[in-house]
Design a protein. Structure first.
Length: 270
């Protein structure tokens, strides 16, 4: 059940930041491995090695039966792709999502990239504008009174870029479980969502596609692909709200570089 928000203390957030930095390093290793000629399993293995070396635990592996340490989704696979023997080709759009547990607390983050040489300017704009929409949402979290502001900020970037959010998939609270209340929408909603107040920790994760917002799930019961075969991208960070401001738990600089264009300085947890 994801109906009750779990508010965290600063000390708990600090442990979450430790988990978040493991995820950051895992994604950096996976990004390095995501080159033409590699398999999606090779990309997962790079992330898994970092998590194991850190003494952390994957929160993806075994989650409702998910068989891997990371999701690796390619082109029209938007999220939840299961790593395997698929070979990455030059110009593929690759989205990598993974998480880690440290002392019972979770981190969760995702990146997208183009392997090798981009096939089109549209693919470059897809990846970059999905990243921009994430940071617009994180920046909104710093000033919003309710989570409505996050979805509105993401949608502003999405609409301007001519992209579309994946319907039915949203961000979430995070803490002692990977997925908790509240839901964090990637678009404007009617009605008021949860209040933004100290102790709130959420994962903001826009999933955007070049074509239709509709999707379908493949026979593996996990991989989500766009209904029209258009390409998608996925970016995610876990963020803590405390009485001094916000801190991006899955970024070693607390989100400073991503928030700078929005005029926001993250507030350390120390």
């Amino acid at each position: 059940m994801r109906d009750r928000i779990e508010y965290k203390t600063r000390e708990q957030m600090r442990v979450m930041a430790r988990a978040g930095l493991v995820v950051e390093r895992a994604l950096a290793a996976a990004k390095t491995a995501a080159v033409p000629g590699a398999t999606t399993r090779d990309i997962e293995a790079a992330a898994a090695a970092v998590i194991a070396d850190a003494g952390a635990t994957s929160n993806f592996l075994g989650y409702y039966g998910f068989p891997s340490t990371a999701c690796v989704s390619v082109n029209d696979e938007i999220v939840h792709g299961i790593p395997g023997d698929r070979v990455i080709e030059d110009g593929d759009v690759v989205s990598i999502d993974c998480g880690a547990i440290v002392d019972g607390w979770h981190g969760d983050s995702a990146i997208s990239l183009i392997a090798g040489t981009p096939r089109s300017d549209d693919d470059v704009r897809l990846v970059e504008n999905t990243r921009r929409s994430l940071w617009a949402g994180v920046a909104a979290l710093a000033t919003a009174s309710r989570l409505d502001g996050v979805g509105a900020a993401i949608e502003d970037v999405t609409e301007a870029a001519g992209l579309h959010p994946l319907v039915g998939y949203v961000g979430h609270g995070i803490g002692t479980a990977m997925h908790q209340a509240p839901d964090v929408m990637n678009y404007r909603t009617r009605g008021r969502l949860a209040r933004v107040k100290p102790g709130l920790c959420v994962a903001i994760e826009p999933m955007l596609v070049q074509g239709t917002s509709e999707s379908r799930v493949l026979e593996d019961d996990w991989t989500v692909v766009s209904a029209d075969g258009s390409r998608g991208a996925h970016w995610e960070h876990s963020i803590a709200v405390h009485d001094g401001g916000i801190w991006v738990l899955t970024a070693s600089d607390g989100g400073r570089s991503g928030l700078a264009p929005h005029g926001i300085e993250p507030a350390p947890l120390d």
